[in-house]
Design a protein around this ligand. Sequence first.
Ligand code: MN
Length: 199
Amino acid sequence: MKEITLAPLPYADDALAPTISAKTISFHYGKHHAGYVKTLNGLIAGTKYEGLSLDAIVAASRDAGDTAIFNNAAQIWNHDFYWRSLAPAGKGGEPSAELLAAINASFGSLDACKAALADAAVKRFGSGWAWLLQKDGRLVVESTSNAETPCGQAGVKPLLVIDVWEHAYYLDWQNQRAAYVKAVVDGHLNWSFASGNLA
Ligand code: MN
């Protein structure tokens, strides 16, 4: 059968340290993310989902209300997007001229955009994700709960995401989610990736 695979990390496991340590990566990527892949492949074996792309599984399981399959597929999609949303310190580039114009039109400045993203990440109650999205022609910041994802939603183009599940930061920052978020927003967002995602 055609299985869903664990996408390779786009950098070494210590490339985001000390904000995100190699130990965190070993659990977050090596156990949590890999675990969603293993679980999903088990759940879809022999079903109508087997052989579909990950995006198609997210969409079809959402429509069908197949919650366990949706949760695992969406978490794989979100984590793939999260690893690519981050970059080693100094390697994230700058927003393209087009992205910067969209940021300025929607938030007033890049600093205001970063502040809005950090605020959404800190305020998300419980587990979830904070997103910079292109939505109906404008840029917006939103957060989603648990596995919920903008993947496949009409008119929505994700640009960046921050994981705020405790497993993303607890080994390095314990209960200090705001400090983790600040370190990510100030030093590790991949603006080159975000620029490439702009529709
Ligand atoms: Mn995670």
